[in-house]
Design a protein around this ligand. Structure first.
Ligand code: FEO
Length: 392
């Protein structure tokens, strides 16, 4: 894809990765992704903001064929999907300087072997004049690495936010055209990558408030020409108050746990609580991560394998613990044949969650009437807890 103009002197210059289906050998990418770099041409100097994934070297170099000189490469973030082609770009333009934060400098030297004399370190709030176009640098740490920053183009009111506000979405659209589709992709991205840093993201959102922002140009997914759409979504996701929702990841081997899951779903719905179940044998973990963004309660459902929880349930509990969602409550349900330590194991896997454990319901074999009554009581407890917090 060729460079595409955003405003006069500012161009999208990146690559669509239509077929990539996994990031970090972990995160599902149902819609592929893009690596967006941006060229800013002033009257006297030219800068490239971020580069692209190393797999996209040919695509980026083809677009740079039309750029005779380059003075600066801005590294908003040192992760390889944006910085991996920095060495190649610096080689193509021997007088270009890499501009990054002090923490970014250490990371690009370590990960990409960028020579120190080629790096110019900027401080939070510093500016770079390109002639009629001024870049200012805003440190926005932990979206999602310690060195992450945004670059703001003052004259054109464009925020180049790198991963912040990004969406894993390969698209031929330069701008967001389908907000519903982009909302889904951006929420998935937030859930999988940003959610553990909710508190610091809130501070970063506040830090951006004084800026007049007409466009947000992230380094994954399309450009936002209605920035309030994504900034409001982020404010909702990072808010402390969860929604009146239960997320219910589970595994069932012979049907007992599934009977309990289905019963619990029914009695929760009767009490006005929304439920999202995930059969972990079939689910996309990205969907589970997204459901965790808003849920107030986590109920884990597990059968017993070798006296413990099912390994897929271990994985889901570990993931939830690592993502640190705003959950307030948790419970464990499931079944066993002759002996189980599943409840203690699952409870021990989620220390980061700071949740109130509402109890467990574990059936021996097929759930009996007493087990179903215990599930009714659990549903009532959840509904009451949600009502006490006035969740919607
Ligand atoms: Fe898109 Fe953190 O890299």
């Amino acid at each position: 894809m060729n460079a595409r103009q955003i405003v006069s002197g500012v161009y999208w210059m990146g690559a669509q990765d239509w077929n990539r289906r996994l990031f970090d050998a972990l995160i599902p990418l149902p819609d592929g992704t893009s690596y967006n770099a941006y060229l800013v041409q002033g009257q006297t100097h030219t800068a490239l903001i971020d580069t692209a994934d190393p797999t996209m070297q040919r695509e980026l170099l083809e677009q740079l064929e039309h750029v005779p000189s380059l003075d600066y490469v801005i590294a908003n973030h040192a992760e390889q999907d944006h910085s991996g082609l920095i060495p190649c770009v610096l080689e193509k333009y021997p007088s270009a300087m890499l501009v990054t934060s002090a923490k970014g400098k250490a990371l690009v030297m370590n990960h990409l072997a960028v020579p120190e004399p080629r790096i110019r370190v900027i401080a939070d709030g510093d500016t770079l004049a390109l002639g009629g176009k001024t870049l200012s640098f805003i440190y926005t740490p932990w979206v999602h690495w310690p060195e992450t920053m945004c670059t703001y183009l003052r004259e054109d009111h464009i925020l180049f936010s790198c991963d912040f506000f990004g969406s894993h979405l390969a698209t031929s659209d330069l701008y967001v055209t389908d907000e519903g589709r982009v909302y889904e992709a951006a929420k998935r991205y937030y859930a999988e990558i940003m959610m553990p840093f909710r508190a610091v993201i809130r501070k970063n959102l506040d830090k951006l408030k004084p800026l007049a922002i007409e466009r947000i140009a992230p380094s994954h997914g399309p450009v936002y020409d209605r920035p309030a759409f994504i900034m409001d979504a982020y404010r909702d996701w990072v808010a402390d108050t969860p929604k009146n929702e239960v997320v219910l990841p589970y595994i069932s081997m012979h049907g007992s746990t599934e009977l309990m899951v289905n019963h619990l779903i029914g009695v929760l719905v009767e009490r006005g609580v929304r439920v999202t179940p995930f059969n972990l044998a079939a689910t996309d973990i990205g969907k589970l991560a997204m459901a965790l963004v808003d849920a107030a309660t986590l109920v884990v459902g597990t059968p017993t394998v070798h006296v413990g929880a099912h390994p897929a349930v271990f994985y889901a509990a570990h993931l939830a613990n690592a993502l640190r969602p705003k959950l307030k409550f948790a419970a464990i349900i499931g079944s066993y044949g002759w002996s189980t330590k599943a409840v203690e194991q699952i409870a021990g896997l989620i220390p980061n969650l700071k949740v109130e454990i509402l109890g467990s319901v574990i059936a021996r074999g097929l759930p009996q009437p007493a087990d179903l009554t215990a599930l009714d009581a659990l549903a009532e407890t959840i509904a009451v807890k949600h009502r006490e917090l006035n969740l919607h």
